[in-house]
Structure formats: structure tokens, C-alpha cells
Ligand binder design. Structure first.
Ligand code: NAP
Ligand code: HSE
Length: 454
């Protein structure tokens, strides 16, 4: 007997002992989408059928897979493929719908139809959740169905469930993460090998990390959607993508990465969700996504390639760090499958997923009210008095300077000013005034600095 046969026999014996394998109560699964993620989900459902049956208590049976092109060979029985997703989600023998097609429409309507019919839903669709969680969670609640979405944030990394469940007795103050694999892949390659932006983006797309439209990745929309989801569950407040301040990485240059390295930093696209307690004791939150310098010794600085990491700070737990593969078919399928097993167990044993929790309703501060440190890079004339003039503009606008670094001479110098915490509006006014100075040829970049003690 081969080791596989022996494992299968053990599984069958075990299942028979517990009376589950071949149970009269199979759980019917519909999968919407068979692209990067869906292909891996279907593979796991089929390859690990016995283990999944043992873990759930009943077999998971794939009823069908909705795609746009049902004629394409996808290595599964053609009878399982359909272009009629609506008919699939309304089938009586479907208990759980796995939505991995992406986009807003028709995913939103299909999920609502499924939930309204009492079917539980597992989705990886952060773009949809970031704007419609309220509507979808309401449909789940009204119809006693589950809505799970671990895979929507940071691929394989369990972070949504720890926030919703493990930390539900604690008070989360901060969630900071690298939550977009594509941009981290690009920034890592640019800084480690000097690779060209467009070439690395093409490679990220080829590897299945990038969204169907990579603008969502490079302009920070994908990370902003994930930040909205993280902030919602961390702070028990409904946060949508419109509440998230967002900047992408498309303007980051090789020179930015060089100057970052010269000051002992690296550049990362960060998603920052923060609780701020005001003087009177009231809380508000700040949710923002932008590329920022972080010191090389910061735990997030070592996260490279398509890997993601999320640091959570909670009042009693202290600092927790979650790290792993943030994108790609198999890693994302792992998170989807974890949710699918939870939803199937609930179907089998009668449990329920936690619903949406938005009781705190914390106000969300605009970016202009959120002080951060800045790294201002400019080309200046190298002559007496220039430094004083430049420093004077910072002082005039109430922006305090932490360090100044100058390189080059004769034909012009590069001046890098690092500030203490300053408000966005004060910094923007400073930069406008600097650009008007005769001695400043150009302000070449303004990046935030995060992760420092000051
Ligand atoms: P993908 O490779 O583009 O696959 C999308 C699949 O959905 C395709 O099979 C497509 O059918 C099908 N589809 C799209 N619109 C459809 C429609 N109107 N009717 C029926 N089928 C439709 O996408 P993906 O990368 O797997 O991503 C899927 C979801 O997971 C997205 O929400 C994404 O944000 C999320 N996600 C992705 C990753 C990742 O690393 N890729 C990680 C985490 C979360 P055809 O094959 O016929 O075109
Ligand atoms: N496009 C996303 C990324 C996929 O690059 O992180 C994972 O959500």
C-alpha cells in the first residue's frame, strides 16, 4: 500500500468511525470565478475532500463554477462550468457561495441573492467589501446566513479573524501594515536590484499578484480598501474606501529609494489605521494609505517581495505581528478555505459567524488634521545663505526641522530636510513657498516618515 493509499484508508476509517464520510448531509458549494484564486479553491476542494469532510463533519460537494467563458478547458468536468452565475447561486442544493470573481457588479447582486436565499458567502473581494459591507452584512443578518472575508485582506495571513474574534476582548489602538503584494514586490525589486518600474509591474501581473486592473494596486486603491476593512473590524466603526486618505507608488522614483537608503530607511506602501484619543478623552480614528520612509530596523522594513505583514497594537495584548504571503492563488485560497470550513461547520452544526460590529461609530479625522513627519527632497543652488532661507520657510509655517542633509556642490546641491511631526496643511504651504524661492530649483519629492520614536 502506498503512503497516499494508507493516508486515504486512515481518513476513511476515521470518517467512518465518526459517521461523517458519505454523510447524508453534504454541503453544496458554488464557486463564482475560476481565475487565479478560484482555480486554487476548486483544486483544494477536490484534492482535500476527505480531510475537509472530516474537519467539517460532512462532505463539501462542488455544485458548479461560474465563469465568463465556459468553453475554456479548466481541468474540471465541463458540466460544472456555467456562465449563468445567478442560476448557480439560487440552486436549492447550494448551501455556500464562494465569490472569487472580483469587481462590484455582478458580484454585489450575486452575493445579496445568495444571502437573501439563506446561503452563506465567503468572499475575497475587498473592493466590494470596502464599500458595501453594511449592505451585505445586513442581508446576512436578516437571513441568518454567514458572511466571511478573511481572504480580502493580506492573502494567506489570518488577520481579519484575529481582529474580530481573538482580540474582541481587547482594545485595538493601531493597525499598520504592508497589505498590497504587488506594490511591495515593485518597491522591493526597485530598491534591491534597481529594476525598472514597468518591468516589475509586468512580472507581478504574470505571477497573479496584481488586480485585473493594476491601477488598483499601484495607485493604492487596493490597499485603501483593505485599510477600510481593517479599520472597520479593529475599531467597531463602519469605514468605507471614501474615508481612507490614499496615495499610490506610481510617483516613487529610483532617486527616492536611493535617498531613503542614504538615511537608513526604506520606502513601503503603508496602510495605517489609528485610534487617536483627544485631550478631553474622546476618540477619533485616522485611516490612510501612502508610501512612506520607515527605518531599516523597523519590523516592516524587512518585509520584501509579495509578502505582507500587519502589526496590531492592542491595549492588553501589546504589539502583535502577522506575516506571510499576501497575494497569489494558493495563499489566498488557504484563507478562502479556512472561511469555507467555518461556514460549512456552521451549516452542519447550526452556528453563526459574528456579524458586523459598528457600535463605536468613531469619527474619522481628515488627513489635514493628522500630523506626520516628512522627508522633503529638493534641488537647491549651493551658495551662502540658501540653507538659512530654506529653514526660514519651514519656520514661517510652523514646521519644525529635525535633520538637514546636503549633497553635491557647484552645479547645485541636493538638500534633504526631515521634519518633526507637522500637519499636512502646514507642510503643503511650506512646500508651495519653497517652490517659489529663487534658490530652490525644484522640490523633487515629499514623502512621509513613519515608524520613528519621535
Ligand atoms: P481573476 O484571475 O481575474 O479571475 C476572475 C474569475 O472570475 C475568472 O475566472 C472570470 O472568468 C470570472 N468572472 C469575472 N467576471 C465574471 C462574471 N461577470 N461572470 C462570471 N464569471 C466572472 O481574479 P483573481 O485574481 O482570482 O481575484 C479574484 C478575487 O479575489 C478578487 O476580488 C480579488 O481582489 C481577490 N483577491 C485576489 C488575490 C490574488 O492574489 N489574485 C488575493 C486576494 C484577493 P473567466 O475565467 O471566464 O474570465
Ligand atoms: N492585488 C493584490 C495585491 C492581491 O497585490 O496584494 C491580494 O489582495
Amino acid at each position: 500500500m502506498t503512503s497516499t493509499e494508507s493516508r486515504e484508508k486512515d481518513a476513511a476509517n476515521n470518517a467512518a468511525k465518526h459517521g461523517v464520510w458519505g454523510s447524508d448531509h453534504p454541503i453544496g458549494i458554488a464557486v463564482l470565478g475560476m481565475g487565479t484564486v478560484g482555480t486554487e479553491v476548486v483544486r483544494v476542494i477536490r484534492d482535500h475532500a476527505e480531510d475537509l469532510c472530516n474537519r467539517v463533519g460532512a462532505p463539501l460537494v462542488l455544485r458548479g463554477v461560474a465563469v465568463r467563458d465556459a468553453t475554456k478547458d479548466r481541468g474540471i468536468s465541463p458540466e460544472l462550468l456555467t456562465t449563468d452565475a445567478e442560476a448557480l447561486v439560487t440552486r436549492d442544493d447550494v448551501d455556500i457561495v464562494v465569490e472569487v470573481m472580483g469587481g462590484i457588479d455582478p458580484a454585489r447582486a450575486l452575493i445579496k441573492t445568495a444571502l437573501t436565499g439563506g446561503k452563506s458567502v465567503v468572499t475575497a473581494n475587498k473592493a466590494l467589501l470596502a464599500d458595501y459591507t453594511g449592505e451585505l452584512a445586513g442581508a446576512a443578518e436578516n437571513n441568518r446566513a454567514d458572511l466571511y472575508f478573511e481572504a480580502a485582506v493580506a492573502g494567506a495571513i489570518p488577520v481579519v479573524r484575529p481582529l474580530i474574534q481573538s482580540l474582541s476582548g481587547d482594545r485595538v489602538n493601531r493597525v499598520v501594515g504592508i497589505v498590497n503584494g504587488t506594490t511591495n514586490f515593485i518597491l522591493s525589486a526597485m530598491s534591491e536590484t534597481g529594476a525598472d518600474y514597468d518591468d516589475v509591474l509586468a512580472e507581478a501581473t504574470r505571477l497573479g499578484y496584481a488586480e485585473a486592473d493594476p491601477t488598483a494596486d499601484v495607485e493604492g486603491y487596493d490597499a485603501a480598501a483593505k485599510a477600510a476593512i481593517l479599520a472597520s473590524v479593529a475599531f467597531h466603526t463602519r469605514v468605507t474606501s471614501a474615508d481612507v486618505y490614499r496615495e499610490g507608488i506610481s510617483k516613487i522614483t529610483a532617486e527616492d529609494l536611493e535617498t531613503a537608503a542614504a538615511v537608513g530607511c526604506t520606502v513601503k506602501l503603508l496602510a495605517i489605521c489609528e485610534r487617536v484619543t483627544e485631550e478631553g478623552g474622546k476618540d477619533h480614528i485616522s485611516v490612510r494609505v501612502y508610501p512612506a520612509l520607515i527605518p531599516r530596523k523597523h519590523p516592516l522594513a524587512a518585509v520584501s517581495g509579495a509578502f505582507n505583514a500587519v502589526v496590531v497594537e492592542a491595549e492588553n495584548a501589546g504589539r502583535l505581528m502577522f506575516y506571510g504571503q499576501g497575494a497569489g492563488g494558493a495563499p489566498t485560497a488557504s484563507a478562502v478555505m479556512g472561511d469555507l470550513v467555518m461556514a460549512a461547520r456552521n451549516k452542519f452544526f447550526g452556528g453563526r459567524a459574528p456579524g458586523e460590529s459598528v457600535y463605536a461609530e468613531l469619527p474619522i479625522a481628515p488627513i489635514g488634521d493628522t500630523p506626520t513627519r516628512y522627508h522633503v527632497n529638493m534641488q537647491v543652488a549651493d551658495r551662502a545663505g540658501v540653507l538659512q532661507t530654506v529653514a526660514g520657510e519651514f519656520a514661517k509655517h510652523g514646521v519644525s526641522i529635525s535633520t538637514v542633509r546636503q549633497e553635491g556642490h557647484d552645479s547645485g546641491a541636493r538638500l534633504v530636510v526631515v521634519t518633526h511631526h507637522a500637519k499636512e496643511s502646514a507642510l503643503a504651504d511650506t512646500v508651495s513657498a519653497l517652490a517659489e524661492l529663487d534658490s530652490v530649483t525644484s522640490v523633487t519629492s515629499v514623502l512621509r516618515l513613519e515608524g520613528t520614536e519621535e
